[in-house]
Ligand binder design. Structure first.
Ligand code: ZN
Length: 281
């Protein structure tokens, strides 16, 4: 049985068949789902989902682009998360972090970066009060050279520097896409884990991400889909859903030469410990 640690089932793409999607996951080998907040609305919807389904848990938080969009006044909004903090199935703060990739092709300014950092730190303080682990969202800026499609890795270093100030918190680098050298740095930190999503299946066999995967012990890895985005091969291009987490599991098992059953057992245990999910008895 697998745990899908990063889903957005509250997304409107699931409005017509949400119950079926969830049923498919639980019938298809998924034991639990963590639904992720990325703003006030999605955080509220995540809590509602946990009330409806026994095996759905949630996180709450503001995505970094929110602070860039609404500026200083957006910081007050963070306090509105407090109303959701009493949810019994709240297991993390996230997804929060830094995202320097601007969709409209412009380059992020220093001022925008500062707004994101302030919003991030305020939410880390909130996680500290609630004693909850943190789901990190990290995306680098668009490289200036037009030929270089891949993102720069600047936000990774900035997040790392900030979270060093919160040694009492546990972190997961969601949909990790950092370089090997950076992964090695993260590996030295006992309070940091990695999770991988469907985009690992898009890479050529010699891609750096597979070196990264081989380097990270399975005890530090969790599985996710980030649905409805990033559907793994062979579903690439379609709407992603929690049941597809099995394709992510298969790719990691293949890369690390592990039996799928062993990988499932260990990553599920990792998620239960990280999110503090206890079995009801
Ligand atoms: Zn996400």
């Amino acid at each position: 049985m697998l745990i899908e640690t990063h889903a957005h089932i509250d997304d409107k793409q699931f409005d017509t068949d949400r119950d079926e999607v969830i049923a498919r996951a639980f019938q298809g080998g998924v034991e639990k789902i963590i639904n992720i907040g990325a703003g006030l609305g999605s955080s509220q919807r995540s809590v509602v989902l946990t009330e409806k389904y026994e095996n759905i848990f949630c996180s709450i938080g503001f995505h970094p682009h929110y602070f860039m969009e609404y500026g200083e006044r957006s910081f007050d909004k963070i306090s509105q998360l407090k109303a959701l903090a009493s949810s019994k199935k709240l297991v993390a703060i996230g997804e929060i972090g830094l995202d320097y990739f601007i969709p409209d092709r412009s380059v992020i300014t220093e001022e925008q970066k500062e707004l994101q950092k302030k919003g991030f730190i305020l939410q880390l303080e909130f996680a500290k009060v609630l004693k909850l682990p943190v789901i990190l969202h990290c995306r680098g800026s668009r490289p200036i050279a037009p030929s270089a499609y891949r993102e720069a890795k600047d936000s990774y270093e900035d997040i790392f520097e900030i979270i060093l100030n919160f040694p009492e918190l546990n972190f997961v680098w969601h949909s990790f896409g950092g370089k090997l050298e950076f992964a090695e740095k993260v590996l030295k930190k006992e309070n940091m884990l990695f999770s991988f999503s469907g985009n690992i299946t898009y890479n050529k066999p010699n891609a750096e991400i597979f070196e990264v995967l081989r380097k990270i012990p399975i005890e530090k890895i969790m599985l996710e889909t980030d649905c409805p985005y990033l559907a793994p091969v062979p579903m690439r291009g379609k709407r992603n859903e929690p049941s597809y987490v099995k394709y992510v599991a298969q790719k990691i098992a293949e890369t690390k030469r592990l039996e799928i059953e062993d990988l499932a057992k260990i990553t599920t245990e990792n998620a239960k410990i990280f999110f503090g999910i206890k079995e009801a008895n």
